[in-house]
Write a protein that binds this ligand. Structure first.
Ligand code: GDD
Ligand code: MN
Length: 378
């Protein structure tokens, strides 16, 4: 690689040389209007003496968050804003924020003031010393988060144990959304990240080729003062999807596996309805089969919309449009299924292989077609 001229070598006057920040704090936002200004004020106080910048990544908040941030950025060049339109997702937002940074140290924190910014200097000090990754852990000495009920605690402990198995790293709060790392940790993991959902720390740990030296610093997770949580209710789905993706994602995308699981339940729904209509109510077989097929498609669509594509759920009119495209795509899938099975059966006369091949082609078609047309993925 050729040598890059420094500003001084290029002959620029010394006074115009302004080095970039040492620390980028990446902050995802979605409707955080009431919190971002205060957060910037606190960062500025806590990080006095550090060359820092805040990289906000806003997913098209409709409460004016981005406009407020742009106002702050006009007054203070340490504040930067990335706006994403038509996209959602905490982890992918943070990843894009980090990709937009050149700093040697990268931090991720929430915008809602639940993370204790007073911890940032100690986190940075640990990295400058010998740690590769510093996690701000929400756990107190008793090992719990204040205000959690029994069920939430159990979920959290189980999730922690599972993630220990997946990452091979022994930490108390792998779900933390507050951490800081050397740039190399991110650079080494970035091409393997799944970027799904919001367990970014877990994603980074599971994607690192070698285990980073981890340090944990405990702190008290504050209650949210303004705005509402966007993640709590989806924590379990989100976690399972990430585990799936990390476990088998290299062979099969996690969404595809979810799609198949939903499809298996859809088949049960189909058979049940068929049984009721045909055996119970004495409807003609073809009519019963057609009704059951349509019902199963609607079931698959509704459940996939809630679970498989939970992060880009269709609502209102978009729900209806999605439903129509789903039924259309799956009808083509059914034709492909029967066509492939019929052609194979004619050639080899093996009913099982023929049928299984038909189902496979139909399922893959349904997944790819609806991923594109119904939920509009890349
Ligand atoms: N850009 C972007 N896009 N930001 C988002 C999105 C999104 O789709 N969803 C949430 N955010 C932002 C919020 O605005 C906030 O700054 C931060 O991400 C965390 O969202 P909350 O909704 O406040 O999350 P929480 O407090 O329920 O969850 C906390 O605990 C989780 C583990 O249980 C967070 O610390 C998470 O990071 C953590 O994984
Ligand atoms: Mn929060």
């Amino acid at each position: 690689m050729s040598h890059v001229l420094t500003a001084r070598e290029a002959g620029l006057p010394a006074a115009t040389v302004m080095p970039g920040p040492e620390l980028s704090v990446v902050i995802p936002t979605f409707n955080e209007r009431e919190n971002v200004e205060e957060l910037c004020r606190r960062l500025s106080m806590q990080l006095a003496g550090v060359e820092w910048e805040a990289v906000f990544v806003d997913d098209d908040s409709r409460d004016g968050t981005a406009e407020i941030l742009q106002g702050l950025a006009r007054d203070d060049r340490r504040v930067r804003v990335i706006r994403r339109i038509g996209r959602r997702g905490l982890a992918s937002a943070c990843i894009e924020g980090m990709l937009a940074s050149s700093a040697p140290y990268l931090a991720v924190m929430d915008a809602d003031l639940q993370h204790d910014e007073a911890l940032l200097p100690a986190m940075l000090a640990a990295l400058r010393e010998d740690a590769d990754l510093v996690i701000a852990s929400r756990y107190t000495a008793s090992g719990d988060v204040e205000g959690w009920d029994e069920r939430r605690r159990w979920l959290s402990r189980t999730a922690t144990r599972l993630s220990r198995i997946v990452t091979g790293v022994d930490i108390t709060d792998p779900m933390s959304g507050f951490f800081m790392m050397r740039r190399a940790v991110f650079d080494n993991a970035m091409r393997e990240l799944s970027g799904l959902g919001f367990k970014l720390l877990l994603d980074i740990l599971a994607s690192s080729p070698t285990a980073p030296r981890v340090r944990e610093l405990p702190y008290r997770f504050r209650p949210r003062a303004a705005g509402t949580s966007k993640l709590d209710s989806m924590a379990v789905q989100d976690f399972l999807l990430l585990l799936l993706d990390k476990g088998i994602g290299r062979q099969l995308p996690a969404r595809f596996v979810m799609f198949i699981i939903v499809g298996a339940f859809g088949t049960l729904v189909h058979l049940m309805i068929l049984w009721v209509l045909f055996r119970g109510l004495g409807l003609e077989f073809l009519a019963a089969q057609a009704t059951a097929t349509l019902a199963a498609m609607l079931f698959n669509y509704a459940v996939n919309n809630e679970l498989t594509y939970w992060d880009q759920r269709l609502r209102g009119r978009a729900w209806l449009r999605g439903c129509a495209s789903f039924v259309l795509a799956c009808s083509i899938g059914a034709v492909a299924n029967v066509g492939v099975a019929g052609a194979l059966f004619a050639g080899r006369n093996n009913w099982l292989i023929s049928a299984a091949s038909g189902v496979l082609v139909g399922t893959v078609w349904n997944y790819v077609a609806t991923a594109f047309y119904t939920w509009g993925r890349r």
